[in-house]
Design a protein around this ligand. Structure first.
Ligand code: CP
Ligand code: NVA
Length: 311
């Protein structure tokens, strides 16, 4: 019997021990190459002789460049395409795309408009599929975020993360991660942009400590980390309504002062300064956003190594 591929689609599906092992590997890989040129390959080359296909239905800077750099550092190669340049963009079924690419590459990363397409791709593929963001989650981002928190503040277990603003795809992956990695998650969002109720119910079933409130100060009080994201994600069409509803959720210095004295600020980027966060916070001493962006490479190398069975 052929073992099913190790897909990386949603954090709630991955064993807690595997997530911890991926994070530990990311910390170790980053430390091992401190000071190295970015193009130098890691000693163990877990992606040697492997090719990753990347499909983009939406724009990307960090995900595109970090997966490409990651595969090179792991000793592998990549093929990158926008979906609009593929037959997929002309209506070829995603299942057929999965079957074809599975004969040509060793893993597939997709950034998709609709999460069900990520699931369909994985269902039909015979190689690992990685979710590089969908409307329902951004799991690779959250591992980079947790790596960033841990390298500055130590283990995430038992700590409190405050999510402020839109209960969106990135927020969803934090909800998925909370029970697995044992951190407390406080979410403040307006009623119409609340987090996914299925995600909240699943986290509760998994004994996750996830709270929701309309009050950003309540969510942030005493938190070790404050996180926000754009108020208008890719694919959102209600721009003006979002800006109106989310205005009370801007992360500014006054809100940050409600958090623990050594609290850090994270944002997956791209940011809209003056909307979800002020310049003073995102460019201030509590912000770790550039380490967070760099850690996309380190975390994803470990995700790839896990998909290839090297972890
Ligand atoms: N944070 C993130 O995923 O960035 P990109 O959209 O640039 O890939
Ligand atoms: N929530 C944002 C994240 C971008 C990396 C979006 O989906 O557009």
């Amino acid at each position: 019997m052929i073992a099913s591929p190790r897909h990386f689609l949603d954090l709630w599906r991955i064993e807690a021990a595997d997530l911890r092992a991926i994070l530990d590997d990311a910390h170790a890989r980053k430390a091992a190459r401190a000071g190295w040129p970015k193009g130098r390959r890691d000693a163990d080359l877990p992606a040697r002789d492997r090719t990753l296909a990347m499909i983009f239905e939406k724009n990307s800077t960090r995900t595109r460049f970090s997966f490409d750099a990651a595969m090179r550092q792991l000793g592998g190669d990549v093929i990158i395409s926008n979906a609009s340049d593929m037959q997929l963009g002309r209506g070829e079924p995603i299942d057929d795309t999965a079957r074809v690419l599975s004969r040509m590459v060793d893993a597939i990363m997709i950034r998709a408009n609709v999460h069900e397409d990520v699931e369909r791709l994985a269902h039909a593929a015979t190689v690992p599929v990685i979710n590089g963001l969908s409307d329902k989650g951004h799991p690779c981002q959250i591992l980079a975020d947790i790596q960033t928190f841990e390298e500055h503040r130590g283990p995430i277990r038992g700590r409190t993360i405050a999510w402020v603003g839109d209960g969106n795809n990135v927020c969803a992956s934090f909800i998925h991660a909370a029970p697995k990695l044992g951190f407390k998650l406080n979410i403040a969002s307006p009623a119409i942009y609340h987090p996914d109720l299925v995600d909240l119910a699943r986290a509760a079933e998994q004994q996750g400590q996830v709270t929701t409130t309309r009050d950003p100060r309540e969510a942030v009080r005493g938190a070790d980390c404050v996180i926000t994201d754009t108020w208008v994600s890719m694919g959102d069409t209600d721009h003006d309504e979002r800006l109106d509803a989310l205005e009370p959720y801007q992360v500014d210095e006054v809100l940050m002062d409600e958090a623990a004295p050594d609290a850090v600020f994270l944002h997956c980027l791209p940011a809209h300064r003056g909307e979800e966060v002020t310049d003073e916070v995102i460019d201030g001493p509590r912000s770790l956003i550039w380490d967070e962006a760099e850690n996309r490479i380190h975390a994803q190398k470990s995700i790839l190594a896990w998909c290839f069975g090297a972890i």
